[in-house]
Design a protein around this ligand. Structure first.
Ligand code: HEM
Ligand SMILES: [Cu+2]
Length: 551
């Protein structure tokens, strides 16, 4: 770093700012500190997770019996739609990318903040109004056309609510685009100069790939939804079949974003896995470059598989063939990662912390979900189970067993850094056990329901399916209960937990070289990187190897 650059950095941090901490009310304001924004994202997302979870409980209670005896079928549809929408757009995406990404990326690359702090705050503050629009839509009947909002259904059900739904998604989409731009510039431009590209933590590689994907795909969704908004409100007929519109066009626009969106939800989680596993297995990660490049490969290939959601939409055979093959190819870079993590665990001195339990749990869940995905990506099979509970079982394995498990792993791992307090490990284990059992119990039997022909998105079903549905509902109640130990553990530990050391897990990435929680501008002097992020067992432990040098 040149003399000029270093003096510029030091002038940013005045004596006054150092050691200063934010007060609780600062977290409710337009604050531009990346760590505050990260926490704002995480906490807001968690609130929506609870609301979306309550909707899931209502859905499952309704499905406990074949008749619509708990919810009116229209309300069922509204709960089902908003459950999916909240879980995807207000929980996983903001928690994984906005929450962990904002808190960790600048710390991991040795920067004092994101490249564009104000833009970052704007991106966050687009989320609460979006959530308010979704919940407010219930005063107008609630959007009822599923999270996919396919026309013609979305054109004819609860127009005002559907319009509010579209506006909400456009807001979170804008937030996502602004956030992605910020991550790309921060990672490319603000990495501390002593850090080689091959020394950048894998979480940052994952966020880079995620951001590129978000930048390429989100505008397409926004375009599709704005056209839908015009059809609903201004008399256009882009997607109205009776007026010459094309419904399949909507499906293309929607899935061109929404397939990559599954990677938006899983790539950052893969990043979390690559951080948590080596730290708690005390081993260098197996295949650093393979894991880093496989994120980029998933990002590229993931843009060419979207039609696997449309095998039943009159897709010509050559297209089915093309998209089956491209879908199966995504399994390769994904398998590379799974292999890398298993090889890292192999022979490691594993510490079964709550974070590690969730990471290992995720591995098992994601393998089931991924194998289910391979079957669904194969057109001849998908034609049979499309729109059945097989699909619901599959995507909950990857979303709940994958993304949610990863978010939990990340929270247990970085909670000491974020809050300066340790979480209670015993309650963490109880939380893990309940979540693990609950997830299998709820979602494994759904595959069987699907194979037997039970359609998804229905409030009433044939009595032959009642037995298995009952098991799913019991599982869902276990899952509902599982949140309680986590919730109380997190709140209690945040307030009264034992104080955390700067580096309680003896990790080697840069976020652990600062105080817990980090001071406002992260470091008094920027760290100098002298070794790789996962050199466990290769060098003397952390504090001797990560040196800080005066700038
Ligand atoms: C307690 C946990 C959960 C339970 C019991 C649950 C249950 C359900 C059920 C039964 C459906 C199907 C509704 C239907 O097709 O009629 C559904 C749909 C859905 N769920 Fe969950 N879910 C849970 C958590 C999650 C999580 C964490 C996500 C994460 C993203 C998620 C995402 C979705 C999506 C995207 C849909 C599709 C909605 C649609 O068809 O438009 N769910 N859920
Ligand atoms: Cu897909």
């Amino acid at each position: 770093m040149t003399q000029l650059e270093t003096s510029q950095i030091t002038t940013v941090v005045t004596e006054h700012e150092l050691h200063q901490r934010w007060k609780w009310y600062d977290y409710f304001t337009f604050n531009i500190d990346h760590k505050v924004i990260g926490i704002q994202y995480l906490v807001t997302a968690f609130v929506f997770y609870l609301i979306g979870g309550l909707m899931a409980m209502a859905i499952r209670i309704e499905l406990n019996t074949p008749d619509a005896d708990f919810l009116d079928p229209n309300l069922y549809n509204a709960f089902m739609t908003n459950h999916g929408t909240l879980m995807i757009f207000m929980w996983i995406v903001p928690a994984a990318i906005g929450g962990f990404g904002n808190f960790l990326v600048p710390l991991m690359v040795g920067a004092r903040d994101m490249a564009f702090p104000k833009l970052n705050a704007i991106a966050f503050w687009l989320n609460p109004p979006a959530g308010a629009l979704l919940l407010g839509s219930f005063f107008f009947g609630g959007s009822q056309s599923g999270w996919t909002a396919y026309p013609p259904l979305s054109l004819i059900t609860a127009n005002t609510a559907q319009t509010m739904w579209i506006l909400a998604i456009v807001l979170v989409g804008t937030s996502s685009i602004l956030g992605a731009l910020n991550f790309v510039v921060t990672i490319l431009k603000m990495k501390v100069p002593s850090m080689q590209w091959t020394q950048m933590p894998l979480f940052c590689w994952a966020i880079l790939a995620t951001s590129v994907l978000a930048l390429l795909s989100t505008p397409v969704l926004a375009a599709g939804l704005v056209l839908l908004l015009f059809d609903i409100n201004f008399g256009t007929s882009f997607f109205k079949p009776d007026a010459g519109g094309n419904v399949v066009l909507y499906q293309h626009l929607f899935w061109f974003y929404s397939h990559p969106a599954v990677y938006l939800m899983i790539l950052p989680i893969f990043g979390i896995m690559s951080e948590v596993i080596p730290v708690h297995a005390r081993k260098p990660i197996f295949g650093y470059k393979a894991i880093a490049y496989s994120s980029l490969a998933i990002c590229v290939i993931g843009l060419f598989v979207w039609v696997h959601h449309m095998f039943t939409s009159g897709t010509p055979p050559w297209m089915r063939m093309f998209f089956t093959i491209s879908t199966l190819i995504v399994a390769v870079p994904t398998g590379v990662k799974i292999f890398g993590w298993v090889a890292t665990l192999w022979g490691g001195k594993i510490r079964f912390t709550s974070a590690m339990l969730f990471a290992i749990g995720l591995l098992s869940m994601f393998v089931v979900g991924g194998l289910g995905g391979v079957t669904l990506g194969t057109a001849p099979f998908d034609l049979h189970v499309h729109d059945t509970y097989y699909v619901v079982g599959h995507f909950h394995y990857v979303l709940f067993g994958g993304s949610v498990f990863g978010i939990y792993a990340g929270i247990y791992h970085w909670f000491p850094k974020i809050t300066g307090r340790m979480m209670n490990e015993t309650w963490g284990r109880v939380h893990f056990a309940l979540t693990f059992v609950g997830t299998h119990l709820t979602f494994l039997p759904m595959h069987q329901l699907g194979l037997q022909g039970m359609p998804r998105r229905v409030a009433m079903y044939d009595p032959q399916f009642a037995g298995i549905n009952h098991i799913c509902t019991i599982g869902a109640i276990v899952l509902g209960i599982s949140v309680l130990p986590f919730f109380f553990n997190a709140i209690w530990s945040w307030l009264y937990g034992p104080k955390a050391a700067d580096n309680p897990w003896d990790a080697l990435t840069l976020e652990w070289t600062t105080s817990s929680p980090p001071a406002i501008e992260n470091w008094e002097v920027l760290p100098v990187v002298t070794h790789g992020p996962y050199d466990y067992g290769r060098t003397v432990e952390v504090n001797q190897t990560v040196q800080t040098a005066s700038i």
